[in-house]
Ligand binder design. Structure first.
Ligand SMILES: [Zn+2]
Length: 300
């Protein structure tokens, strides 16, 4: 069976092409997956919107109602980085539903990936940093609530620290949050994960992969994980507008292989989400995101 991939055409909320958030990366990622033979009918699964009851496991009822009703206060919309109209609201519900579907597929097949997700700056009471709902926190809490998982590990390798995920989950003994990120990047005020590793600007492939290789055995030894959520943000790339860690495409490939190989070798299901990536060259950006799917397909 091919790698199971979750997607939805409305992951693309149709922003203007010059918007700071490169929304067209979603359809271009699907194009890149089709070009690589990864998006056949037997590989694709369509996301469904997460219902309010799931979203409210991770977020305050007030905030969920604001997003679903498109009545998010302007101050919070400014922190998110765009207004929350009907398309952005739907997109956030779909991305959360999509990550949960990918997690369920990972539990069944060992590995699965969402072509969106990794909205790790969304905190319990509000969105921030281009993140509306925290899909990984929502999916984790639904799996725990249903008894589908008891111990969950979040491996967040987006260049930005996973402050929202930490805000929602760090006090929850059932979930261990790990973030390795650029020290000098957004968010300025970080919220402590269960484990944070902050890297200096210009870290580069070799030092990055060395650091990652050293920490993975510690993470897998902490508990018998039922599933890991892997945020494979590509904003660690040298050509990213927001990242500062200077990884190459080979470095991204090495990183994704190292994480997935480590956990699949010991039989732990892996749910991949794409995380951040910012570039005016959106086809090149989509190709960076496609690396996660290329690597994951070797383990399906
Ligand atoms: Zn990021």
């Amino acid at each position: 069976m091919p790698l199971q991939i979750v997607h939805h055409p409305d992951y693309d909320a149709g922003f203007a092409t010059n918007h700071r958030f490169p929304m067209s990366k979603y359809p271009l990622l699907m194009e890149a997956l089709r070009a690589r033979g990864l998006a056949g009918a037997d590989a694709l699964n369509t996301a469904e919107p997460a219902p309010a009851s799931w979203l409210k496991l991770a977020h305050t009822a007030d905030y969920v109602d604001q997003v679903l009703g498109c009545s998010v206060p302007e101050k919070i919309e400014r922190e998110i980085g765009f207004p929350v109209g009907p398309r952005v609201s739907l997109r956030a519900q779909l991305a959360a539903g999509g990550t949960l579907l990918a997690a369920r597929l990972a539990l069944r097949h060992g590995i699965a990936c969402n072509t969106a997700g990794g909205s790790h700056h969304a905190r319990r009471a509000q969105g921030a940093g281009f993140c509306t709902f925290n899909d990984v926190a929502v999916a984790s809490l639904v799996l725990l609530e249903e008894g589908a998982a008891q111990n969950i590990l979040v491996v967040d390798l987006d260049v930005h620290q996973g402050d929202g995920t930490a805000d929602i989950l760090a006090g929850d003994q059932r979930v261990f949050t790990f973030s390795m990120h650029g020290d000098r990047n957004y968010p300025v005020r970080k919220i402590a994960s269960d484990l944070d590793i902050a890297l200096p600007d210009g870290t580069g492939d070799a030092a990055y992969l060395e650091r990652l290789a050293a920490i993975l055995p510690d993470l897998s030894a902490k508990a018998r994980w039922d599933i890991i959520f892997y945020n494979a943000g590509v904003d660690v790339h040298a050509q990213d507008r927001l990242g500062r860690l200077a990884l190459s495409n080979d470095g991204l490939h090495g990183r994704d292989t190292m994480v997935i190989d480590h956990f699949r070798a010991i039989g732990i299901p892996v749910c991949g989400v794409i995380g951040g990536g910012y570039s005016t060259d959106v086809p090149a950006l989509a190709a960076r995101h496609a690396i996660l799917f290329e690597v994951a397909s070797n383990y399906a």
